[in-house]
Structures are given as structure tokens and as C-alpha cells.
Write a protein that binds this ligand. Structure first.
Ligand SMILES: C[S@@+](CC[C@H](N)C(=O)[O-])C[C@H]1O[C@@H](n2cnc3c(N)ncnc32)[C@H](O)[C@@H]1O
Length: 295
């Protein structure tokens, strides 16, 4: 999407589960026309993204229980941090926006002291953030990427073949895991917008033989078998996942999306329940990210 694309975001309250379910089933494109870009839910609200103003009246009248709460108007690059992002290099992994990709893209520079013994670069990833979270540059995503480099380091023992990425957003961590060596990766997100863009990113990076993305609640995948679980998500979701056993018996856990005090709460509970070791922690003044392992 061009950085100056006008976005109109309709914030719509859904009165109950029924109105939300009807919303999910409706053919929104037929109702709203070509300006519709996509939508996702947060708590009781649907956020409907359009390229400029669209006819929202048809949607409100066709599904009972919907009320328009707010309308936000801004440019794509005011909403999406990654809209103008330059290529990002983390050790031997380079992540390019689609505008930089292609044969002219400069090869990633491997630092003289490559992270954890990765001596040659991986094939670069191309990530279009679209309307989802995770072009790679956020502190939490960067921390998770550097933990992934450690898990999949040439010196590492028993790097997991199967990986579960809960709250996948653009799919950046799922795709990076596959680039680094995971053989099968499942990315899950409860945002339709995220899953749509993650699938586009999957096709762009030609990793369809290893990675798949599904729409759903993270907790519904708590018992999915994987040696590595990545979750860059809010504390409440982490706690729900912990309660449902999602963090039991993994070889590695990469956990982020936490404020330092929240990270303390989570790691205390986690380490009280399971015999993981703290392998690494990255913290800035806002975010805390953790690599735990059963090493
Ligand atoms: C902070 S973003 C992380 C995106 C990407 N994994 C990264 O590291 O850049 C969190 C993502 O989790 C998703 N999410 C939040 N709660 C969720 C839940 N309960 N189930 C599934 N996905 C959830 C959001 O839609 C969002 O895409």
C-alpha cells in the first residue's frame, strides 16, 4: 500500500456474540464495495479498514446489534510504523519491504562477529506489513528474531523442527523460523487482516511447503505439538495459554509483548510450573522478551 493512501477505520461495537458471528459470516465486500481493505475484532469491537470513506450505512443496517462507535481518518504511514521502513538486518537475516525486494536488493551484510556462529546470510525475507503488526522493526519482534538466531544457531543442539507462532501478525517470526531451519511452522492469529497479509507474505517468500497460517484464538492451539512456541502477545493471552498448558513440555519458548512487570509475573508463574531455564532476556525501558529452554 502506498504510504500516502488515505485510511478510514470504522470502529463498530458488536452487541453480542451473535452480532459478531453474523459480521464474520457476512459478505462484507458485497455490502461495502471495493473500498473495503479488511477488518479485525478486538474485544467487542470490529475495526473495519477502508481506503478512504466508504458506505458504512449498508453494513450497519444489514446486521442487527451493530453500532458505529468512532471513525478514524489518517494516512497509511501514520497508522503503520512499517510503511516507510528501510531494510532491517539482524545478524545474518535481512528483512526487506516489497519495494526494496528483487534482484537489485543489496545482499545483507554479515557482521564480522556473526550472531551465534551463523557464517553466511540466510535468503532475505520480504515482508509487507499491510494492515498487520510485525514488519520486523518493533523492539519485541527484533528480540524474538535474535532469540530465533540463537535457537537455530549452528552450534545449537536439537533445534526444533516444528514451531508454533501464536499471534503471528504479518507472519514475520513464523517465516523467519522456516528460513533458519524449522521444517514445519504454524502461525495463528485472531485477526483476519493479519492472516490475509501473512498468507501474502508466505507466497512472496515461497515458503508454502513449510509454513501455514490459520485464523483462530491462540488458546485453541495450546496442545499443538511443537518444540518451539513463539508468542509475542499481551499478558492476558500469555496467562490464558499458560493455564491451558500451551507452555508445557516445549524445548524452547520465546515470549514477548510484555512490560517488565508483566514479564516478572509470567516468568515467575511459568518457572513455578515447569522446569525451564532462562537462556536470555532482552529488555528496554518498555518491553521485556524472554528465551526459555529445557536445555
Ligand atoms: C504484538 S503482535 C506480534 C506480531 C508478530 N508475531 C511479531 O512478533 O511482530 C501480536 C499479534 O497477536 C495477535 N493476537 C492478540 N491476541 C490474540 C489471541 N488471543 N489469539 C490470536 N492472536 C492474537 C494480534 O492480532 C497481533 O497480530
Amino acid at each position: 500500500m502506498r504510504p500516502d493512501t488515505p485510511l478510514t477505520i470504522y470502529e463498530i461495537r458488536c452487541a453480542d456474540k451473535e452480532s459478531r458471528a453474523l459480521f464474520d459470516k457476512a459478505d462484507l465486500r458485497a455490502i461495502m464495495g471495493p473500498k473495503l481493505l479488511g477488518y479485525h475484532f478486538e474485544a467487542d469491537f470490529a475495526f473495519v479498514f477502508c481506503e478512504g470513506d466508504a458506505d458504512i450505512g449498508g453494513l450497519l443496517s444489514s446486521i442487527p446489534g451493530l453500532t458505529l462507535s468512532q471513525v478514524h481518518r489518517l494516512r497509511y504511514d501514520e497508522w503503520q510504523d512499517g510503511a516507510n521502513a528501510p531494510p532491517l538486518v539482524i545478524g545474518p537475516l535481512a528483512i526487506y519491504p516489497p519495494s526494496w525486494a528483487g534482484p537489485k536488493a543489496p545482499p545483507p551484510k554479515v557482521s564480522p562477529n556473526p550472531v551465534h556462529g551463523h557464517l553466511s546470510p540466510f535468503a532475505p525475507l520480504v515482508i509487507d506489513p499491510g494492515l498487520a503488526f510485525g514488519y520486523g522493526g518493533h523492539a519485541t519482534t527484533k528480540a524474538c528474531l535474535s532469540f530465533l538466531l540463537r535457537v537455530y544457531s549452528p552450534q545449537g543442539k536439537g533445534a526444533p523442527k516444528v514451531c508454533l507462532d501464536l499471534g503471528t501478525g504479518t507472519g514475520v517470526l513464523a517465516l523467519a523460523s522456516a528460513r533458519m531451519g524449522a521444517e514445519r511452522v504454524l502461525g495463528v492469529d485472531y485477526s483476519h487482516l493479519a492472516i490475509e497479509i501473512a498468507r501474502e507474505n508466505l507466497a512472496m517468500n515461497q515458503l508454502g511447503d513449510k509454513v501455514s497460517f490459520v485464523y483462530g484464538e491462540a488458546a485453541d492451539f495450546a496442545s499443538y505439538e511443537a518444540g518451539l512456541v513463539l508468542s509475542n502477545i499481551p499478558l492476558a493471552v500469555h496467562l490464558d495459554l499458560l493455564g491451558k498448558g500451551a507452555y508445557a513440555d516445549r524445548r524452547y519458548l520465546i515470549l514477548s509483548g510484555l512490560l517488565p512487570s508483566e514479564a516478572d509475573t509470567l516468568t515467575k508463574r511459568l518457572l513455578g510450573s515447569y522446569p525451564y531455564k532462562l537462556i536470555d532476556n532482552q529488555r528496554d525501558d518498555r518491553w521485556s522478551s524472554w528465551l526459555l529452554g529445557a536445555e
